[in-house]
Design a protein around this ligand. Structure first.
Ligand code: NAP
Ligand code: GLV
Length: 340
């Protein structure tokens, strides 16, 4: 650089939460990193205020990226969310504006499938109730009829959405000698052969499965996919496991189903509303096991997610294709077209 030349200013990336891992080193290679360091989501008005000064947004599933935010984001060239779910982001609007959106598929698949199994086993075998019995000093002598649950091994598991996480849930079923049914938008002959799973309509799957596991993304089509009619189709001993997004289940209908014995138990990593208030009817139910949206929350996986989201931002700021892009159609838009 000659003495008369000014250093070129780096682009700015706003990171909206305290994040584990070495993502900062990665981002600093190409950008000045500005962070929201409070341990709560960045308030909407502050995000709206700051977005105009940033070239990339590294956000969380708790941040809404919609047309209003994008209207205020004059310089924005990239968005990356530290989640595989992108229901917090208006992907179509981002694509229209030529903004690639990164997410974190694959790196969290196995950990989230583990969580689905954790909830399935805990719900079927009444683990939450058992822990409470011990903590409350109510563990008497061993009794043959005490706390009888349902088996998971050797049963029929119905997976709603046989994508990355759904497949990982199905693979684990082999070790439990369980039969696996699935439903999705399209049939998957290759996965059927590879995993030994069988396709059913949603209605048939609900009626046949002993354990129903939800792994679909939240979209207008899947909102309240599990409503009162769906819950009434399930067997009275069956469990419902949700590791995708809370609004896929109609919460009021689930309360009724658990109260009235339409189903046996529910295991939820996600709820609607989220977080669920401690005085919500679901929280007090012995046949409902709730985790606080920790599906991908292992140290290794969260670091991998943080790094992948950082790599998405770095690639975009370098003018390269994101390693994990949720709106790949954005790359079809001619580079010569003006943004916005
Ligand atoms: P994925 O690979 O895209 O799989 C999604 C599956 O859902 C696909 O099989 C898809 O079917 C199916 N699907 C989509 N719309 C459907 C509909 N209307 N009816 C029936 N099936 C439908 O996604 P993934 O990586 O497995 O992640 C799934 C979701 O899990 C994410 O979107 C996120 O919301 C949630 N998640 C939660 C946590 C957590 O912490 N609890 C962690 C990770 C992910 P087709 O293939 O036929 O389109
Ligand atoms: C978590 O919920 C995710 O979508 O990654």
């Amino acid at each position: 650089m000659g003495s008369s030349e000014r250093p070129v200013a780096k682009p700015t990336v706003l990171v909206t939460r305290l994040v584990p891992g070495d993502w900062r080193d990665r981002l600093s290679l190409v950008a000045d990193v500005v962070t929201w360091d409070e341990d709560r989501p960045i308030p909407r008005d502050i995000l709206m205020e700051r977005i105009g000064d940033v070239d990339a947004l590294y956000c969380m599933l708790t941040d809404r990226v919609d047309a209003d935010l994008l209207d205020a984001a004059a310089r924005l060239r990239a968005v990356a969310t530290m989640s595989v779910g992108t229901d917090n982001i208006d992907l179509a609007e981002c694509t229209l504006r030529g903004i690639p959106v990164g997410n974190t598929p694959d790196v969290l698949t196995e950990t989230t499938a583990d969580t689905a199994w954790l909830l399935m086993l805990a719900s079927a075998r009444r683990a939450g109730e058992g822990i409470d019995v011990v903590r409350d000093g109510k563990w008497g002598t061993w009794k043959p009829g005490f706390m009888l649950g349902s088996d998971v091994h050797g049963t029929t598991i119905g997976i709603v959405g046989l994508g990355r996480i759904g497949e990982a849930v199905a693979r684990r079923a082999q070790g439990f000698s369980a039969r696996v049914l699935y439903t999705a938008r399209s049939r998957k002959p290759e996965a059927e052969a590879r995993l030994g799973v069988a396709w059913r309509s949603l209605a048939d799957l609900l009626a046949e499965a002993d354990h129903v596991v939800l792994t679909v993304p939240l979209t207008p089509e899947t909102r309240h996919l599990i409503d009162s009619a769906a819950l009434r189709r399930m067997q009275p001993h069956a469990t419902l496991i949700n590791v995708s997004r809370g609004p896929i289940v109609d919460t009021d209908a689930l309360v009724e189903a658990l109260n009235e014995g339409w189903i046996g138990a529910a295991g939820l990593d996600v709820t609607d509303p989220e977080p669920i208030p401690p005085d919500h009817p679901l929280v007090g139910m012995v046949n409902c096991t709730i985790l606080p949206h920790i599906g991908s929350a292992s140290l290794q996986t969260r670091q991998a997610m943080a790094n992948l989201a950082a790599d998405d931002v770095v690639a975009a700021l370098r003018g390269e294709r994101m390693p994990a892009c949720a709106n790949p159609g954005v790359y079809e838009i001619s580079r010569s077209e003006p943004r916005g």
